[in-house]
Design a protein around this ligand. Sequence first.
Ligand SMILES: C[S@@+](CC[C@H](N)C(=O)[O-])C[C@H]1O[C@@H](n2cnc3c(N)ncnc32)[C@H](O)[C@@H]1O
Length: 204
Amino acid sequence: MAERRYDRELGIKTEGLREWREKPQYNRYEATPYHALDRFSESYKFKNGGRVVDFGCGRGRVSFYLHKNFGIPVVGIEAHDRTYAEALENKSSYRTKAVHIEAPIKFKYGLAEEYVVKPHDTYFYFFNPFSEEIFAKVVNNIMKSLKKHPRVIDLILYYPLPGFKEILESHSFRLINKVKVPRTIDWREKFLIYRHDDFVKNNT
Ligand SMILES: C[S@@+](CC[C@H](N)C(=O)[O-])C[C@H]1O[C@@H](n2cnc3c(N)ncnc32)[C@H](O)[C@@H]1O
């Protein structure tokens, strides 16, 4: 019920699931629960400027939530055509309510592993969107951008899978925070926030 109320407040429709057919490496659509996002936003501040990239944004819940609550630019990447179309419909209705927020909010149709990371992309959000293999490709793309344009970046994982941790550690990301979701029995319902600032530190 609370989920529907939140959706209504934002002027969007993000409830429900959608499975992929014949794409085992791509995970189904399911939105990050609002109570988890509330807990996350109590403990994390978007301080470095830049933009959030929501890899596998689905119908856009996280993108709208962060845009509304932090006034930060956001881009969501989604590979499922119907789900992407729903994110765009949500954007139209959201924007009639959030007219005062200047920061841009965009959605791109395509594969996360083919997204070219921009120099102003600084926060990367993942709610279990795809396999470890694809995650490794996405992290490689982030690293390429980072080497070319050194900056501090944070990677936010919700419901993290164990293999993701090894991939991040192999690229010298360090865990800076762990945010547990209250009243849950599933230990995976948490946020892990990893930072990469090596290239910036080494330059000073
Ligand atoms: C678990 S949902 C997360 C949705 C949203 N980020 C949230 O937290 O509310 C994962 C999404 O990733 C999308 N996805 C899966 N593989 C993808 C890929 N390779 N590129 C882009 N999107 C992908 C799915 O279609 C699905 O919408």
